[in-house]
Design a binder for this molecule. Structure first.
Ligand code: UFG
Length: 334
């Protein structure tokens, strides 16, 4: 089976490509390196000792997308490509709507032209907005608080409408919680160039002394220690969820929706403490004001994915902290 992976050089995309190759799927990657590095291609080869197709192209480029489908008989697509920074999406909504939605529309149009009807979409727990209760189940009401989240929600709706109108179409919407960690090899992981927005890459930059301290955004939430609680999931567990989604969708039509999370909440201070302990490094922090738009707590009910996909996250917070740090130490020769 040949799988096209859009954004296959990105953080989650690259880990998913590795797991697909490990399971002997044929893989074609399309990536424009907007938010990823070219060396990821060599690193995937070094981990897997397998070859795969690669196209440097933007998914909004219809001609380029058509060329990929013309040159490859694609059986299914995993669509990761997209802009993902919440804050930037508030400042540049047009850019986010245009890129994330256009690329998906073009992708599906070209897929249909070439008789490809199976799609796994990289959605996010952000579509649950501020949940009324926890843990979050897939049938909870949906709402968003920023343009990035709205692109995810709009795309979910667009793909659902397309699938409803086409009884051959099979779509899996995977709602990720907070992916962190890295591949055990230390060859692929998350390494943003700029000052990170997300907690784990920020902690890593403090541990490597590139930044002085973690700013903990508020300690007066109604949580175990007052700091925000999230469902951190190891990126390799998340990648394996995509394999299960592909296995499920290959003979099914319609729309299937799954939370990919661990079901366990971890606070900001717990994550900082665990990172410092397992890696034997100092992670200084200071409490600052809440970040606008943040919610107190967010964690998944992952039961549906376990029952229907036979998938469950097995790596714990210690593994996530260790693997994230090993990757960065390797990148920075520490
Ligand atoms: N936090 C800090 N300091 C930081 C960064 C984050 O205290 O420097 C806190 C936040 O307040 C929050 C927690 O750490 O309580 C996690 O924040 P992240 O920015 O790492 O993650 P979010 O849960 O805010 O958002 C992430 C992704 C979104 C996605 C969402 C899905 O960034 O893209 O998870 O739930 F939509």
């Amino acid at each position: 089976m040949k799988i096209l992976v859009t954004g296959g050089c990105g953080f989650i995309g690259s880990h998913t490509v590795v797991e697909l190759l490990n399971k002997n799927y044929e893989v074609v990657i399309v990536d424009n390196f907007y938010n990823s590095k070219r060396e990821v291609l060599d690193n995937i080869k070094e981990i897997t000792h397998k070859s795969f197709g690669f196209y440097e192209a933007d998914c909004c480029d219809e001609t380029a997308m058509r060329k990929i489908f013309k040159e490859n008989k694609i059986d299914a697509v995993i669509h990761f490509a997209g802009y993902k920074a919440v804050g930037e999406s508030v400042a540049k909504p047009l850019m986010y709507y245009q890129n994330n939605i256009d690329s998906t529309l073009i992708l599906v149009k070209v897929m249909k032209e070439f008789d490809c009807h199976k799609l796994v979409f990289s959605s996010s727990a952000t579509v649950y907005g501020s949940p009324a209760s926890l843990p979050i189940q897939e049938d909870f009401p949906l709402s968003t608080t920023n343009p990035y989240g709205t692109t995810k929600l709009f795309i979910e709706r667009i793909l659902t409408d397309i699938a409803h109108a086409d009884n051959e179409m099979g779509v899996v919407l995977l709602r990720y919680f907070n992916p962190i960690g890295a591949h055990k090899s230390g060859l692929i992981g998350e390494n943003p160039n700029d000052i990170p927005n997300n907690l784990m890459p920020y902690i890593v930059k403090v541990a490597t002394k590139e930044l002085p301290q973690v700013n903990v955004f508020g300690n007066d939430y109604d949580t175990i220690d007052g700091t925000g609680v999230r469902d951190y999931i190891h990126v390799v567990d998340l990648a394996l969820g995509h394999i299960k989604a592909i296995e499920k969708i290959k003979d099914t039509a319609g729309v299937l929706i799954y939370n990919l999370g661990t079901g366990k909440g971890t606070s900001v201070l717990e994550l900082i403490e665990t990172f410092a302990r397992v890696n034997q490094v100092e992670v200084p922090y200071q409490i600052t004001d809440r970040r606008p738009g943040d919610i107190a707590a967010c964690y998944a009910d992952p039961t549906k994915a376990k029952e229907e996909l036979g998938w469950e996250a097995v790596r714990n917070i210690e593994d996530m902290c260790q693997d994230a740090y090993s990757f960065v130490k390797k990148v920075k020769n520490l």
